[in-house]
Design a protein. Structure first.
Lengths: 118, 273
């Protein structure tokens, strides 16, 4: 279990605690699968976040596009990716954000075979 | 993954970036075209589209007449509606339940890229309709704790028995889906572990029990937090006979942030590749 816990924390494994913390944020992101909701979100992001009951910290992360902050506040990458798509950003852009690279550097790293650990 | 679907939908399969991936699929498509199934059971995971976080079924099966293609946030993929196989699906539910696999039963389910992209890999130009009926079989791989690899393998074995006991004579394909090593978030984003992937691709045919014995921590450590999707391949493998014939295999890095592979097995020993 100890290894499981370490792995979970280092890799944003989406467990029960994460799911409870991020419930409102993830639910808001999931709502963006509806075209009318995408429009409503676009017209007033902060009000839209309030309607879904996000905490002030979560709302800030969303409005400022703090992608790492969203995950720290309970976001799941599969949910926050819907916001990235709305911004026309790719998963490689997010990969760059998470690893301190530009999207181009991250894409080049993937083309070269990806990142090797251990 | 969505980007493979987008590459097909936007006619980019001959771009230098994508061509090696799609070239690798060709022999499998040709074999499938010669041996088309009546029904494909697609073992896949939803990506925050049909399944939210209110209720997360560990295993679920779609028993509807048809399934709409999901809007995942960027509009619906321009692919046909998915036609179900309700009689076989109902038989599977009963048979699996009797075999102690307590599946969630879905009468309404929008299917996302996890299901439609593997169908496109099989049939890139379906026209008005997919060439076979489809039974979606969902596995939770997003929320910890995911089912164990061993449980997925055992589900596959029960699925194989369930298909075999269906009174009607049908050709059934089982698609086990999911990327190989990859991690989307955190400091290890971009992880690829080619040696693990190669080991898995080999063992999925010859020694699936060894893969079924790996823990979820093993999968996350070695294949990345999203590489745990590989447990869905074990449902497919469990449904096949102990001895199978490997028709084709292809492995490619990268498809977006993921190592992508396809292995096609004929469910007979000593078959012709």
């Amino acid at each position: 279990m100890a290894e499981g816990k370490r792995l979970a924390q280092a890799n944003y494994v989406f467990d029960g605690a994460h799911s409870r913390r991020g419930y409102a944020l993830n639910r808001m992101c999931a709502s963006l699968t509806d075209a009318a909701n995408r429009e409503r979100f676009g017209s007033d992001e902060a009000a839209y976040c309030d309607a879904y009951g996000l905490t002030p910290e979560q709302k800030r992360a969303i409005v400022e596009r703090d992608w790492t902050g969203m995950l720290d506040l309970g976001g799941s990458i599969f949910y926050t990716f819907k916001l990235a798509v709305l911004d026309k950003l790719s998963m490689q852009h997010l990969g760059g954000v998470f690893t301190g690279m530009t999207a181009e550097e991250f894409a080049a790293t993937m083309r070269a075979g990806g990142r090797c650990f251990g | 993954m969505p980007s493979i679907g987008a590459a097909m939908d936007n006619r980019k399969t001959e771009d230098p970036y994508w061509q090696p991936l799609f070239d690798g699929y060709a022999p499998a498509r040709e074999w499938m075209a010669r041996n088309p199934p009546d029904v494909a059971i697609v073992v896949y995971n939803d990506h925050a589209n049909a399944v939210g976080l209110d209720m997360v079924p560990t295993f679920a099966i779609g028993t509807a007449e048809s399934f709409d293609v999901a809007d995942e946030g960027w509009g619906r993929r321009p692919v046909p509606r998915v036609v179900g196989a309700p009689d076989l699906a109902e038989h599977l539910v009963v048979s699996l339940m009797d075999d102690s696999f307590d599946l969630t039963v879905c009468q309404q389910l929008d299917v996302d890229h996890g299901l439609t992209v593997p169908l496109s890999v099989y049939c890139p130009d379906p026209g008005e309709a997919w060439p076979c009926a489809v039974i979606p079989l969902l596995v939770n791989v997003l929320q910890y704790p995911q089912p164990t690899a061993g449980r997925c393998y055992a589900l596959g074995q029960a699925l194989g028995r369930a298909v075999a006991s269906f009174p009607q004579d049908l050709d059934v394909a089982v698609f086990g889906t999911g990327g190989m090593s990859h991690q989307l978030a955190g400091a290890r984003a971009g992880l690829i572990n080619t040696s693990f992937d190669r080991m898995f691709l080999d063992a999925i045919e010859t020694d699936p029990e060894s893969l079924a014995a790996l823990t979820r921590e093993d999968y996350i450590r070695e294949a990345g937090s999203e590489g745990i999707e590989l447990i869905m391949w074990l449902v497919m493998r469990g449904a096949l006979n102990p001895k199978v014939t490997r028709v084709h295999e292809t492995y490619h890095v990268p498809a977006s942030n993921t190592a992508a592979a396809l292995a096609l097995f004929d469910n007979v020993a000593g078959g012709v590749a």
